[in-house]
Design a protein around this ligand. Structure first.
Ligand code: CA
Length: 222
């Protein structure tokens, strides 16, 4: 998953990054309103963690702008313990959930998983397709019940394809997922696709290229 953290407190931002990155996520951190607004306008994120008290503005205006554009990306707001007004306003503006600071990382992780499940209309944290599984709780992928020891970007690619298994995942969405915010070379994604293809040889699954569109994880017989 590609997660956007908007948080100006470096300790909190780092702990969010350290908790969520090992679970197979790409975490991008922005500390200021202005940068975060730009990232929200240009990127596809699976979830936004939004601190409300930012040095150059209130996070609630970012949330309001996002929803005004019709963007339904799940947003978890991070509020002060006594910030009841902020929570109410945030939820009214379209936040999906909130966490009051200080929070435990276990609670944070559980809420992140719940929001991602809801947005993907899944009932658990596990994706499965053919002989492949991916567990978002542990970040572990398996093929025929054997753990696939994948480098992080291959794992992100696999998850991205599995989220849309059987249909085409747009190239741009995969590039964003693997390389984050910014320019990537034209062949960068292809390198990871070909590595993952090798691992899937003989598995009954393949990654098919749709020129100009994207890639589809599909069963070989189809
Ligand atoms: Ca803050």
């Amino acid at each position: 998953m590609r997660l956007l953290v908007i948080e100006d407190d470096p300790l909190i931002a780092r702990s969010l990054d350290q908790a969520l990155t090992p679970l197979g996520n790409i975490v991008e951190v922005f500390t200021h309103h202005a940068q975060a607004r730009e990232a929200l306008q240009s990127g596809h994120f699976d979830l936004v963690l939004l601190d409300l008290g930012l040095p150059d503005g209130n996070g609630l205006t970012l949330l309001a702008e996002l929803r005004q554009r019709g963007d339904t990306t799940p947003v978890l707001i991070l509020t002060a313990r006594d910030g009841i007004d902020d929570r109410v306003e945030g939820l009214d503006l379209g936040a999906d959930d909130y966490l009051a600071k200080p929070f435990s990382l276990a609670e944070l992780e559980a809420r992140v998983r719940a929001l991602l499940r809801r947005s993907q209309q899944r009932v658990d944290n596990r994706l499965a397709f053919g002989a492949l599984t991916f567990d978002a709780t542990s970040g572990v992928a398996t093929l025929y019940e054997q753990v696939l020891d994948l480098p992080r970007r291959e794992l992100l690619l696999l998850e991205g394809l599995m989220l849309h298994a059987g249909s085409i995942t747009p190239r741009e969405a995969l590039e964003n997922r693997l390389f984050g915010y910014g320019d990537v070379g034209p062949n960068a994604l292809e390198v990871y696709i070909s590595r993952l293809r090798k691992r899937l040889e003989g598995s009954g699954l393949r990654i098919r290229t749709f020129r100009g569109l994207g890639y589809r994880l599909e069963e070989v017989s189809s």
